[in-house]
Structure formats: structure tokens, C-alpha cells
Design a protein around this ligand. Sequence first.
Ligand code: VG1
Ligand code: CO
Length: 543
Amino acid sequence: MPTREITTKPYPDQKFGTAGLRKKVAVFQQPHYLENLLQAVFDCVPELRGKTLVIGGDGRFHNRAAIQTAIAMAAANGVTKVIVGQGGIVSTPAVSHLIRLNGAAGGFVFSASHNPAGPDGDFGVKFNIANGGQAGETTTDRIFARTKEIAAYRLSDGAKIDLDRRGLSRLDDCEVEVIDGVADYAALMQKLFDFDRMKDWLKRGGRVCFDAMHAVTGPYAQRIFVDLLNAPADSVLNATPLEDFGGGHPDPNLIYAKHLVDLSNSAQSPELLAASDGDGDRNMILGAGVFISPGDSLAMLAAHLHKLPGYKGGIAGIARSMPTCRAADVVATHLKVPCFETPTGWKFFCNLLDADRITICGEESFGTGSTHVREKDGLWAVLAWLNVLAVTGKTMLELATAHWAQHGRHYYQRHDYDELPTEKAQAVMEGLKAQFATLPGQTLGQWTVSSADEFAYDDPIDGSRATAQGLRVVFGDAARLIVRLSGTGTKGATVRVYFERYEQAPALLAMTTRDALNPLVAIAEKLLRLTELTGRKGPDVVT
Ligand code: VG1
Ligand code: CO
């Protein structure tokens, strides 16, 4: 079949970042929109020529059409093998694994992560490189620059691939293999965790409830929990991926997975409750009667990880993103391993993982991961917790309480102000920055400011410097207030405000998060003048 070269005109709005490009479906459906972006990737990443490319998606609306386009363009751009998941379904962490397993030069994930799906929802493209991680900023900047000058793209005219039938076919000089998107990932999990022990725990009456929220993790959870671990079928909720995610919002947090919170507080609660997001990289963890915040989950897993088969040798180090609470730092000190503080975004962890400086890492935004792939991994975190339960024989509440008693407790919350006009969001940031010089030494409420600055990161591996990574007001070890602008929104600007309070006194370990953080919220309102500057009565989302 011939390859066609099609003339096109650039779109100005294809700002490709390390988390890819996310837009409304209607934007992606404009003529040549997706093609322009993909051609820009092929143009800027010549390493794909003569190599393998992995393609997957979270099953959302437009996924199948986008995958056909990507395959046809890969073939026309000299890719010699495409590996694609059956039905177009491969989670973000599984794509990362497949790239590494097959020595591929890169991979596309068609997803807008936790953003709602369907014809009126969002669509997105992420591009990962040979190490399995997201392409770095130099590459994504080049891709964006290329989209602004693109004049033509190449497409193979061959037949469409049957995405539902596993096996090999050929498109021009490109071999296309439709694989079971779950199998290799499930095999990896079996290497890392003690499946016999977990099976036994379940057999003895331990109960798990995992909500796949009609997104990509359904088939993974089904295979792992039900088929491999013999958990009852009703352990997995909403297991069928739907193009509109069933009209839901697969952002696993206290708002969008509230039914799990309610279940965990009921008498019928299973021991472990969890959910993942659209593309399977996030996780939310609850136990009967307890919510484990993502920062705590990172710290607690780090403390127990050496008990799990894949991590028997102990851990080399821990990393957390700057806004993530400092519970991990306390564990790192205890274990005498380094703790790295990175900007938000998984790519910063990848350098540390590649250099074997860390074994586990995590973000406050319900993301946890380890050396096994180069993305955060929702199901991995759930299995790690299940394995910890099986090994220790303790309940989640017992584990959390013991952790806080030993290491102290970091109360934590994030407030989001969504879809603000850019000027208003900027005004909040500038307003705080203007006070930086006078803040240190000031006593606000019960705390005294030890430092106030804008976070910058010097990458210890490649020496690069990332600036403007969020504003922080630090009150020693006792508390922190952090403000940053989201880099992933699809509409307007989002201001995120993060609150952290640390307590060690036994009497202060069992407050509600809200009671613990109210005084800090009041300080933030004074410093940031959020009501006045945003015109909002309060945050849109509290997690
Ligand atoms: C958010 C989270 C960040 C995460 C990113 C991608 O970014 O805060 O921790 O890495 O989403 O996650 P931001 O810039 O909007 O705060 V995913 O699950 O959408 O790939
Ligand atoms: Co995601």
C-alpha cells in the first residue's frame, strides 16, 4: 500500500508538555489535529525509525480512532513494529512496562488521565520514551515548536487493524501485533509480590474492594484480584471500561470516590478499599475506618517495602514531589536512606530511578510507584498494600496508628480553585511572592515562618535546573503552606493550595484532618487573599 503525504496547516494550541496534550474531544476531532501532533512527534524523535512503538489507551471515546491513525502514521514514518493492546486498552504503567520489556523506542498513551470522557469530555496524548518514562521537556518543547510549523504528515493507506483480535498483521513494512494488554503487567506483579500469601489472606476471609470506575484498570483488576488471587467476583466494581467512563469522573479521591469513603466507614467495610483513575496510574487507598493520604501511603509503604519479595534487598532511597507531605522524609531518616524532593511530575523521579538512587516515590495527587516501571502505578500500590496486610496480619487502621505513633503524623489537604482566569491565578501567586522578604520570622497563629521561597530543583543526575516549581511558606518541621498552578488543566488556570501540619504528641495524633488544618487554612486566606482575588467563596475541590 502506498504511503500518502497529506498537506496540513498548523494549529497554534498544541502545547505539548511532559504530561502530553489534553483537550476537549471536539478539539482533537478537528481535521488533521491529531495527525499534526503525531507527525511532530515522529519528526522530533527519529529514534522511532526502524524500531518498536507501543500504543495503548484508557478506552475513552475517540481511543480506537486515534489508535488506527497512530498505527497508520507509524507505518508511514518508518516504525518497524507496533505493539498495541487488544481493544486499544493498555494502562499508562503497563505501557511503560511494555516499552521496557520489548526494548521499544517509545510509546503513545491515548488518555486524559482522570478527566471525564465521552463525546463532550476530554481526550489526550502522552508520549513516553525508551526508558518507559514521559519524554523530557527538551523533547516536548521541540515537539510543540514542530507543531507550529508542520506542513504535511505521512499516513499509510493500508487496511485498518482489527484491534479486537490478538495476533500479527502487517501494514507496509511495519509489523503490527495486537497483544493482551494485561498479561505482561500481571506477570510483572507476580514477580514483585507474594501472590500465595495474598491468596491465603483472601482465603482466610480478608476482603478487598477495588473500583475501576469504568476506566482502564477494570481488566487488570479482574485478572489479578479475581482470576489470579481468587478474590470473589464482587471485589472489583465497575470493571468494564466504557467510552464515557459510565458518565463518572475517574479521579480517585475523597470527592469522586466518596462511595468508597462511606463504605470504609460502615460496619460492612472490607479491610482494603481502593480505586484508580482513567489511565490506571493513580491510586486511592482506604482501610476499614481509615483513609490513607497519598503522602502517608508513600511513607508507610516505604517503611514496609522490604517485607515484599520484589524489594527484599531494602530500599536505596525515597523521593516525593515538593507539595507531597514530609512523612516520607521521616521514614527515610529512620531507614538512613536519602529522601529527594522533586518538582511535580513523574519525569523527575525517572532520572533518580534510572540511576538507582531511589526505590519508591510518590506524589500527593494519588500517585505512587517504584523501580518496576517509569510511571506511577495505581494497581501496584494497591497490591503493595494488600501484600503488606497479608505479611503483617494487621489491619490498615492498626498499621496507620502504629506508624503515626512511631513517626508522628502529617495532616494533609489540597484545595483546588479550578478554571480561573489566568490573571486571577497569577495575582494570587504574585501576591504571595511579594510578601516573601518579610515573612521569615513572622509568627502566624501558632507557627513561626522559617522560610518563604519559590521552589527550584537542581537535578542531581543530569544537572538540569527546573525553576518556578511552586511557592512555599515553611514553618520549620511543624507545617507548610504551598501554592502552585496546575500544568494539566484543559480550561483556564487552576490554583492548588496544599496544607501540611506535623504532630508527634500522642494527644494530637487522632484529630480530624479538617480540625487539624483549619488554623492553617485561616493563615492561607490571610496570606493569599483567595476569596478577594479569585472571587470564589471557597475551593472547588478539597482532597
Ligand atoms: C497533576 C498532579 C501531578 C501529576 C499530574 C499528572 O498535575 O498534581 O502530581 O503528576 O497531574 O497526573 P498538575 O500540574 O495539574 O498539578 V496523571 O494521573 O493526569 O498522568
Ligand atoms: Co492518570
